[in-house]
Design a protein around this ligand. Structure first.
Ligand code: DC
Length: 230
């Protein structure tokens, strides 16, 4: 790999580990495109809630699948955030997909085979020209098994819950720490145990536990990993 050759960087790992923040920072540093694949599963979940395929916490899988053809997901760069915002059928949904209601339903929606088929195909198309940093659960194992750098992120569950709590309360959401801890625990279990593309550390992934690391320290870690490969 030469220094100017564009590569694919896969960032997988548990919920609320700071994958998106890290992936976004890497993309800005390298001039790459950052793709938050969790946002895509959240967007489908939001659409299913808003169109009656999920009611009172119950998912009608057939109804979700029937909606898939009418869901058009796109990303547009937002210079203020330094990352792309997600749109569904032209509507900006970046904030609406981050609520606890969506978080509580996204894991079962992401376990539906047809949902994964559609979103994985989109993700592979977005990374076709390389030069992408993609974060998710199955990027290094399924979406880009040939990614040149695979990072598997983890962090102490308490630290993760605190980060998610701070993020949501800063936006004015009324959530309790208990609710967040339960959501993270349940999503990790569901994501690791689903039949299709479960959350797994790829055999050739490097592990990053960022429980006690600043973003700056994570970037120094990244530089060392890139240097080993260039
Ligand atoms: O990264 P996140 O927490 O926003 O992801 C939301 C959910 O989407 C997560 O609980 C599992 C699912 N997901 C997935 O199954 N595969 C991906 N590549 C990304 C997310």
């Amino acid at each position: 790999m030469s220094t100017n050759q564009k590569i694919v960087i896969a960032v997988d790992g548990f919920s609320s580990c700071g994958k998106s923040t890290f992936a976004k920072t890497i993309a800005a540093k390298l001039g790459y495109i950052f793709i938050d694949t969790g946002a895509m599963y959240r967007a489908v979940t939001l659409y299913a809630i808003e169109h009656g395929a999920i009611r009172s916490g119950m998912i009608d899988q057939k109804a979700v699948v029937a909606l898939l053809d009418e869901i058009e997901i796109s990303f547009r760069f937002n210079p203020q955030r330094g990352a792309s915002d997600i749109y569904v059928n032209g509507e900006l949904v970046e904030d609406k997909i981050r609520t606890i209601e969506v978080s509580n339903m996204v894991s079962p929606v992401s376990a539906i085979a047809e949902v994964r088929r559609k979103l994985v195909a989109m993700q592979q198309a977005m990374g076709r020209d390389r030069g992408v940093v993609m974060d998710g659960r199955d990027i290094g194992t399924v979406v880009f098994p040939n990614a040149e750098l695979k990072i598997f992120m983890t962090a102490d569950p308490k630290v993760r819950a605190q980060r998610r709590y701070d993020e949501l309360t800063a936006k004015g959401d009324h959530v309790t720490m208990e609710e967040i801890e339960r959501n993270i625990r349940e999503r990790d279990t569901a994501d690791m145990n689903r039949a299709i593309s479960p959350l797994r550390q790829a055999a050739d992934a490097v592990v990053l536990d960022n429980s006690h690391m600043t973003v700056g320290e994570q970037m120094q870690w990244l530089d060392r990993e890139l240097a080993k490969r260039l």
